[in-house]
Design a protein around this ligand. Structure first.
Ligand code: NAD
Length: 511
């Protein structure tokens, strides 16, 4: 095996290693039983690179049963034991970094520069972070708050967690869903998007290889309506953790509520990028291009709406247009490629339809076309002249499209930034500390960057406000969400007739 081989052929060989099936249940790959055949397509070529049988309800039942069976032993392990197994998990993933990057590039069309520099190292770092977090559950100190009792808090695992992930960052989303749950002693059934199951399966295999018991991490590859809804409604699943679109998130919430499940929802975004007139123009233009084009714009935190204060507006549009035009669209396996295809032809057509509709009410300054190539490519597209209430400004497009709008006063810029239903992420560009402080206070989003856009880090929470959902991924906050809090209260008096019993019956004799 050539460890420097980052070719498509090498990626196809990695996918072939999963030929035993796209379901990972109780520590073993197996085919699904839905009777529905499915092909994973390389979006850069349009060719099928992996075939599988999808999961149906019976496979979900089997995975949930495996997760239930594994729960007592895993929940009963000491934090130190869980931590050690997860440190080994990080090592196994690091040993597979090349294969994971290849499979992720193959199924998503992500440039290998992105998967080797971001998706895979981020996942390994997350695994190491949660290995450490497993030993560090925080809580209130035990104390005699009532005077007569000792009170303390136990943080216990919730049980079997049913997780559902999208196709834009399949490996990282699997990690964000599985790691905090497992660190806290839960067991998991993960349903990846059927477009992109490869790296979720490899991730689960690596967990078993690291010594995490079979059944702790299971993967069912199936359709949302079928396997997804069955998992969300399953009576033996205690918590649903969902990352995906706001529309599907609402449906998931409805189903989960019927069985009173704990819910964690990471939904869509439409991140504003606010450039004040004292900003470093070059930094803002570079930040907008990188923030809009990362992962071909299929990023829930991508910069999608740039609001630029009038004095910088024309120069910003020109600078971004020049940089957009200089981006190289191409084969994800070519290290010189900046921008890969979208992850599916359906997504490319959806993005193109948004831009085509916008031509009637706005100006398409760059892009707006697909290059003459067989993959699901779309050129970096810059749109100006759109009204604040137009579709391209308000709806999540999820592609390499940036809309730029001008504003006059600081108040107006911040008001427009908040004027969509979403609230996942935002950035403010300024050299004025007071403006930066105001923007970070007033923008209603789960993350606000200042003079940057996109970086994430294992120690810090990621999650939305408003229609972008609730619940946090990564960080100690996410770890806590996969636990339930129990108050334990121990009587210290040893008395039969306790002082507070006076509220129920008159005390007879001495206490
Ligand atoms: P999607 O909502 O279409 O699908 C997400 C997952 O839900 C997939 O696994 C899908 O099979 C499953 N699903 C679909 N219908 C279902 C149903 N009725 N019941 C249960 N499961 C169902 O989203 P997508 O197109 O895969 O991903 C893109 C979306 O994900 C964007 O909106 C993006 O913003 C969002 N996203 C959010 C975050 C975040 O952290 N907030 C991160 C990544 C992606």
């Amino acid at each position: 095996m050539d460890h420097s081989d980052h070719s498509r052929d090498a990626a196809i060989e990695v996918a072939a290693g999963l030929r035993a099936g796209a379901q990972y249940i109780a520590g073993r790959l197996r085919p699904g039983t839905s009777g529905r055949h499915h092909e994973v397509v390389d979006p850069a070529t349009g060719e099928a690179v992996y075939s599988c049988e999808l999961a149906g309800p019976a496979d979900v039942d089997a995975a949930v049963a495996a997760a239930r069976a594994a729960l007592p032993q895993w929940a009963g392990a000491t934090p130190g034991e869980r931590s050690q197994a997860m440190h080994r998990f990080a090592e196994v993933l690091a040993g597979r970094a090349r294969e994971l990057a290849l499979a992720e590039s193959l199924q998503c069309g992500k440039p290998v520069r992105l998967t080797t520099g971001f998706d895979v190292p981020g996942t390994i770092d997350n695994t190491a972070f949660f290995a450490g977090a497993a030993r560090r559950l925080q809580g209130q100190a035990a104390a005699e708050y009532s005077g007569d009792h000792t009170s303390y808090v136990r943080r216990e695992p919730v049980g079997v967690v049913g997780s559902i992930a999208p196709w834009n960052y399949p490996l990282q989303m699997a990690a964000w869903k599985v790691l905090p749950a497992v660190a806290a002693g839960n067991t998991v059934v993960l349903k990846p998007a059927e477009l992109t199951p490869l790296t979720s399966l490899m991730f689960a295999q690596a967990a078993t290889e690291a010594g995490i018991p079979a059944g702790v991490v299971n993967v069912v590859t199936g359709a949302g309506r079928d396997a997804g809804e069955h998992l969300v409604g399953h009576p033996d699943v205690a918590m649903t953790s969902f990352t995906g679109s706001t529309a599907v998130g609402k449906r998931v919430a409805e189903i989960a509520t019927r069985t009173v499940k704990r819910l964690h929802l990471e939904l869509g975004g439409k991140a504003p990028f606010v450039v004040f007139d004292d900003a470093d123009l070059q930094a803002a233009a570079h930040g907008a291009v990188a923030g809009a084009l990362i992962n071909t714009g299929q990023d829930c935190t991508a910069a999608t709406r740039a609001y630029v204060q009038r004095p910088l507006y024309d120069a910003f549009v020109t600078a971004v247009a020049d940089l957009f035009n200089a981006v190289t669209c191409g084969d994800p396996f070519d290290p010189a490629t900046d921008l890969g295809p979208l992850t599916s032809f359906a997504q490319r057509d959806r993005v193109a339809a948004f831009v085509d509709r916008a031509r009637s009410y706005a100006t398409v300054v760059t892009g707006g076309t697909a290059p003459d190539a067989k993959g699901a490519y779309y050129r970096p597209t810059l749109i100006t002249g759109a009204a604040q209430d137009s579709e391209v400004v308000r709806s999540e497009i999820f592609g390499p499209v940036l809309v730029v709008l001008p504003f006059d006063t600081d108040e107006e810029g911040l008001r427009l930034a908040n004027d969509t239903p979403y609230g996942l992420a935002a950035s403010a560009w300024t050299r004025d500390v007071y403006r930066a402080g105001r923007a970070t206070r007033e923008i209603a989003a789960g993350c606000v960057w200042v003079n940057d856009h996109i970086p994430i880090i294992s120690e810090m929470p990621h999650g939305g406000y408003r229609a972008s959902g609730y619940g946090k991924d990564m960080s100690a906050y996410s770890f806590e969400e996969y636990t339930q809090v129990k108050h334990v209260m121990l009587d210290n008096t040893g008395q039969a007739a306790k002082g507070w019993h006076r509220t129920v019956f008159a005390l007879r004799g001495e206490r």
